[in-house]
Structures are given as structure tokens and as C-alpha cells.
Write a protein that binds this ligand. Structure first.
Ligand code: SF4
Length: 339
């Protein structure tokens, strides 16, 4: 959480799509997702960083993040070139740290030692699921055990560990997603990202979808599952860095998205559902004239609900529903009065 006293956090993503990636996970068309046609040359990476830095207020906490493909799968001299550029910014103090994402089966002691020597502070692994049947059907080419082994190595070097997960993959179920979330916690991740599986043009999933052998989960199911896993992560103190796919322009224009539970405000929908549970548990069977609900300031929009969804549901029971932001409340505290 940002407060008045803590610096604002910014991330400079440098996408490296499918560079040297020999796999073809059913959901993946990295070029479409990142909106980038090819990996940037190291010098282009510098321009991306410079352009983004120019928009970031001084005294912010800024991180360069190499996302997209399989960073440790590219030749080490190329990794070094990207990381050396990032290090120039770390050394001159404009950037605080470096993070990257890669595949769990491309993590070895040697690779992590090298990354640590290049000032990488955080590694995110695309776990996607920790259920081996789901991993197999998704064509990931690694197992849950690979994720566990890679996690141990990363943690043994004192680096921050992120484990990303997807919901709604082939053979996935809500129970399996919840199992994955619990395993992510067990493997020691301090952060995660939760993405709904979408059918993107040009992927194997698109072919399966058209053949009728893959049916994406509905938006309602995806939000319901996201709500459950977010609650599990929150209770365990695992930071959720993102919920929902980054809405790249290409996806929003609809040219890449074929099907699936895409929503621009997916995170807001999931957080509104968490508040729906809180409110309806607290209110139980009560109905009446008016209900007055106070919620923390930073949560008030979620308490009211996306598109006032929670307020509308309460208006089916109460003639009047009043939400107020209360600076004195924290977390997801709520105070409810009636008359
Ligand atoms: S998601 Fe799969 S196919 Fe896509 S870049 Fe990562 S490992 Fe390769």
C-alpha cells in the first residue's frame, strides 16, 4: 500500500516475447499478448526504459521487469546484455531493482547465481497450475515438482519468489485452482499474479476451442474462483501483483481475443465479490428500512461494488443503502448500522 510517506512504486516492463522459447503452451501467443512483434534489441530496451523513466516522478521506487517469455532460456551473453543495461540505471539510482519472469525448468543453481550477481532481486515463475494433469494438458512441458525445485533454489539465494497462476485452463476446476494457490504458498512465494485463461488468436487453445474440445470458463466462474484464491493469498500474506490480464490495446480492440472470461476490470469484479461475501455475512437475514455501511476509504469502491453491484443487491432488501468511507477503518473492516 502506498501512503503519504512511502515512495510510489513503478514498474518498467520490457517484454521479451517467445525469445528462444521452444515450447508452445496451449494458451500462449506471446506476440499477441505483449503487443510486441519481436524481442527488443538490447539498445531498444534502453529506449523503452528511458521513455518510461521520463514519465515517472523522481523519488519513486522503480523496478525494471523483463517479462514475457523465458528469460533464462536465452543465451547467457544476451541475458547479460539486457541486465547490464538495467544495471546502469540501478547504479545511477534511478531504478531500485530488477525482476524477471522465466520458466521453472530453466532454473538452476548456476543460473540463479548469475542473476544474483547481476543484481536481479526477484524472479517470477510461470507456474500456471500446480496440478500435474492440468500442466500436461496445457502443454507446459514441466511438472509441479519442477516448480517446487526451482522455488527452493531461488529462495536459497535469498531472492524474492513469485509464482504466477492461471484459472480455467484445460482440465482445471475451482478446486484445482484453490489447490494451486495453496501450493504456491507452501512453495514459499511472496508474490503472485492471477490470470484467467483466455482464448487468444493463433494459439493451440483457439484450435481446441473451435473443435469444441476446450470450453472457457464463464466470467462469473472466473471471478468466483479468483475471489477464492485472492482470499487464500491475502490470508497467507502473499502479495497479489496482478489480477487479470494486462489489457493491451490489441486485446481491447478485440482483434486477438477469441473467447474467454476477459473483462477490463477483472480485479475490481473479484474484489467486489469479496465485499459481497463480507456484507451479506454481516447482514445475514436482516432486511428493513435503511442500512448504513462504513468501509475503509481505499476499499469503499469495492464495498459498493463494480457498477454498484453490492449496493443494488442490498437495495433488494433495504429501502435505503448508504455507504460511507471511514478513514479510521483499516483492512476490510466494516461497520453496519440500521434503522
Ligand atoms: S507461455 Fe509457454 S510457450 Fe509462451 S513463452 Fe512461456 S513457455 Fe513459451
Amino acid at each position: 500500500m502506498n501512503s503519504i510517506n512511502s515512495p510510489r512504486h513503478f514498474n518498467i516492463p520490457v517484454f521479451i516475447p517467445e525469445l528462444a522459447c521452444p515450447f508452445q503452451c496451449v494458451f500462449c501467443n506471446q506476440q499477441k499478448i505483449s503487443g510486441t512483434e519481436k524481442a527488443p534489441a538490447p539498445e531498444e530496451a534502453r529506449s523503452i526504459i528511458e521513455a518510461r523513466l521520463a514519465t515517472i516522478p523522481p523519488d519513486s521506487e522503480t523496478e525494471i521487469a523483463f517479462f514475457g517469455g523465458n528469460f533464462t532460456g536465452i543465451p547467457q551473453d544476451e541475458q547479460e546484455r539486457y541486465l547490464s543495461i538495467a544495471n546502469e540505471y540501478v547504479k545511477d539510482g534511478r531504478v531500485k531493482s530488477i525482476r524477471l519472469s522465466t520458466r521453472p525448468d530453466y532454473i538452476t543453481r548456476e543460473s540463479v547465481e548469475f542473476l544474483k550477481s547481476m543484481n536481479v532481486g526477484a524472479i517470477e515463475l510461470g507456474a500456471q497450475s500446480l496440478h500435474n494433469e492440468v500442466l500436461r494438458r496445457t502443454g507446459r512441458g514441466h511438472t509441479a515438482e519442477d516448480v517446487e525445485a526451482a522455488s527452493k533454489i531461488i529462495l536459497s539465494y535469498g531472492l524474492s519468489l513469485g509464482l504466477q497462476m492461471m484459472i480455467g485452463l484445460p482440465l482445471d476446476t475451482r478446486e484445482r485452482s484453490i489447490y494451486t494457490a495453496r501450493k504456491i504458498i507452501e512453495y514459499g512465494a511472496d508474490n503472485t499474479r492471477v490470470y484467467p485463461a483466455l482464448v487468444i488468436a493463433g494459439t493451440a487453445l483457439e484450435r481446441l476451442y473451435h473443435k469444441g474440445t476446450y470450453k472457457p470458463i464463464t466470467l462469473e466462474e472466473a471471478v468466483g474462483t479468483a475471489k477464492e484464491v485472492l482470499k487464500i493469498f491475502e490470508a497467507a500474506g502473499v502479495k497479489v501483483l496482478r489480477t487479470g490480464l494486462h489489457p493491451s490495446e490489441e486485446l481491447l480492440s478485440g482483434s486477438s481475443l477469441v473467447a474467454g472470461p476477459f473483462h477490463q476490470s477483472f480485479k475490481e469484479l473479484a474484489l467486489s465479490e469479496i465485499w459481497s461475501d463480507i456484507l451479506f455475512d454481516a447482514i445475514q437475514d436482516r432486511a428493513g428500512e435503511a442500512v448504513y455501511i462504513r468501509a475503509p476509504k481505499r476499499e469503499i469502491n469495492y464495498a459498493v461494488g463494480y457498477g454498484s453491484s453490492n449496493k443494488k443487491k442490498l437495495l433488494e432488501r433495504f429501502k435505503k443503502v448508504v455507504f460511507t468511507a471511514d478513514e479510521a477503518l483499516t483492512g476490510r473492516q466494516v461497520v453496519i448500522d440500521y434503522n
